[in-house]
Design a protein around this ligand. Structure first.
Ligand code: NAD
Length: 250
C-alpha cells in the first residue's frame, strides 16, 4: 500500500547524501509523494531530487532567511498546487562545552534549528489552514530530552528542546485547522552531521549507552517520519517520537 499517493512534501536540509532528510525524501517518494528537496546549495538540491526521480524538485533555501522560505513555498505551489507535508529537518550542531559557546555559535545553532523551523512552518501554515489539512514534522533530538551528552553542545540541546516546545504549541493551536504537528527525537544516527569530529573512542562510548548496541540508520528515522506524514497517525499530534535504539527510555 502506498501511504502518500498524491501528496506533496517539503523537506528542509535534504540534500546531504547520507542524511536523514534524503532518506526521508526517498521513502516518501517510494510511497507516492512528490518531494521537494530544500537545502543551501541549489545544484546539490537539484541533483538530490533528480536522484530520487524526475517528478521531484530541488531548490536552494536557507531556512534562516524568511524570504528564501517564502520564495520556495511560492515555487512549490506554482509547480504542484498544494503542500501536504513539511519536514523541518535542516540542522547543524557543534561539540562545544558550556563556557566555550560564543554569541556567534549560539546564533548559528539556534537560527538553523529553531528559527528555521519557525520560518518554514509560518510559510506553509496559511496554505494548510486554507485547505484544513497538513502535517508538520520537526526533527528534534534525544539531546533535547537528556541534556545532550552525545555530540552537540548545550546550545544544540536548547535549540532542539525549543523545537519540542514549538511543536507542541503548534499542535495545540493548529489542531482546529486540521493540521497535525509532531516531533521526532533521533538518538545517534550515522550521518555526516558530526563532520569528521567524532573519534573512535567517542563512538565506542556512544554505542555502549545504546541497548540495541548499534547506531541508528537514516532509514530508521525516515520510517517514523512516514508514519507521522501518513494517515496511519491520524490521531497523533503534539507528540515526540523517540528513534533511539533504547538509549533514552522514559
Ligand atoms: P546532515 O549534516 O547530514 O544534514 C543536514 C543538512 O542540513 C545538510 O544538507 C545541510 O546543508 C543542511 N542545512 C544546514 N544549514 C541549513 C540552512 N540554513 N538551511 C537549509 N539547510 C541547511 O545531518 P543529519 O544527521 O541528516 O541531520 C538532520 C537533522 O536531524 C538535523 O536537524 C539534526 O540536528 C537532527 N538529528 C541528527 C542526529 C544524528 O545523529 N545524525 C540525531 C538527532 C537529531
Amino acid at each position: 500500500m502506498k501511504l502518500l499517493d498524491g501528496k506533496t512534501a517539503l523537506i528542509t536540509g535534504a540534500a546531504s547524501p547520507r542524511g536523514l532528510g534524503k532518506a526521508t525524501a526517498q521513502l516518501f517518494a517510494d510511497h507516492g509523494a512528490c518531494v521537494v528537496i530544500l537545502d543551501l546549495d541549489a545544484a546539490q538540491a537539484e541533483d538530490t531530487a533528480a536522484d530520487i526521480g524526475e517528478e521531484h524538485i530541488g531548490l536552494a533555501c536557507d531556512v534562516t532567511r524568511k524570504a528564501d522560505c517564502e520564495a520556495a513555498v511560492a515555487v512549490v505551489l506554482e509547480a504542484y498546487g498544494h503542500i501536504d507535508i513539511l519536514v523541518n529537518n535542516a540542522g547543524i550542531t557543534q561539540p562545544l562545552k558550556i563556557m566555550d559557546i560564543t554569541h556567534e555559535d549560539y546564533d548559528a545553532v539556534l537560527d538553523v534549528n529553531l528559527l528555521g523551523t519557525l520560518n518554514m512552518s509560518q510559510c506553509v501554515i496559511p496554505h494548510m489552514r486554507e485547505r484544513k489539512t497538513g502535517k508538520l514534522i520537526n526533527i528534534s533530538s534525544v539531546s533535547a530530552q537528556r541534556g545532550g551528552g552525545i555530540f552537540g553542545g548545550p546550545h544544540y540541546s536548547a535549540a532542539k528542546a525549543g523545537i519540542l516546545g514549538l511543536t507542541k504549541a503548534m499542535a495545540r493551536e493548529l489542531a482546529p485547522d486540521g493540521i497535525r504537528s509532531n516531533a521526532i527525537c533521533p538518538g545517534f544516527i550515522a550521518t555526516d552531521i558530526t563532520a569528521g569530529k567524532l573519534t573512535p573512542e567517542m563512538m565506542e562510548q556512544i554505542i555502549a549507552g545504546i541497548p540495541m548496541a548499534r547506531a541508528g540508520e537514516a532509514s530508521d528515522v525516515a520510517g517514523c517520519a512516514l508514519f507521522l506524514a501518513s494517515d496511519l497517525s491520524a490521531y497523533v499530534t503534539g507528540s515526540e517520537v523517540d528513534v533511539n535504539g533504547g538509549s533514552l527510555i522514559h
